[in-house]
Design a protein around this ligand. Structure first.
Ligand SMILES: [Zn+2]
Length: 118
């Protein structure tokens, strides 16, 4: 199974990853939050209709990652500074986000100037 070998915050805005097959990618934490797979964020299908139980509005801290906690050996649970922590990302989901939202080196350099490392 392809899984991350390293997953760490590069700075306040960027998450950095390395994978067991050699793939590396950085994404915006806001893109990770947007991809939150929990029922609250994705909406639930009720009687064949997609119903959004959560209204996507900006909340302070919502794109600030508080923690990433491993869940079994299949994924991680993300906790955000607005208190949201019900999203569990499987390695497969995570890989999809890192592939589709991968930042270019130029964008990373720009962000690095705005956010000091740490
Ligand atoms: Zn969610």
């Amino acid at each position: 199974m392809i899984r991350p070998t390293s997953l760490k915050r590069r700075n306040a805005a960027v998450l950095e990853s390395s994978w067991s097959d050699g793939f590396t990618s950085c994404i915006l934490l806001s893109d990770l939050r947007d991809a939150c797979p929990c029922a609250y964020c994705t909406g639930e299908e009720i009687m064949g209709q997609q119903v959004f139980v959560g209204i996507k509005t900006f909340a302070p801290g919502m794109n600030e990652l508080a923690s990433l906690v491993p869940v079994g050996n299949y994924g991680v649970q993300a906790a955000w500074n607005d208190g949201h922590d019900s999203g569990i990302y499987t390695w497969e989901m995570l890989r999809t986000v890192f592939e589709s939202k991968k930042l270019t080196a130029a964008t990373i350099a720009e962000i690095d100037q705005q956010f000091p490392k740490g």
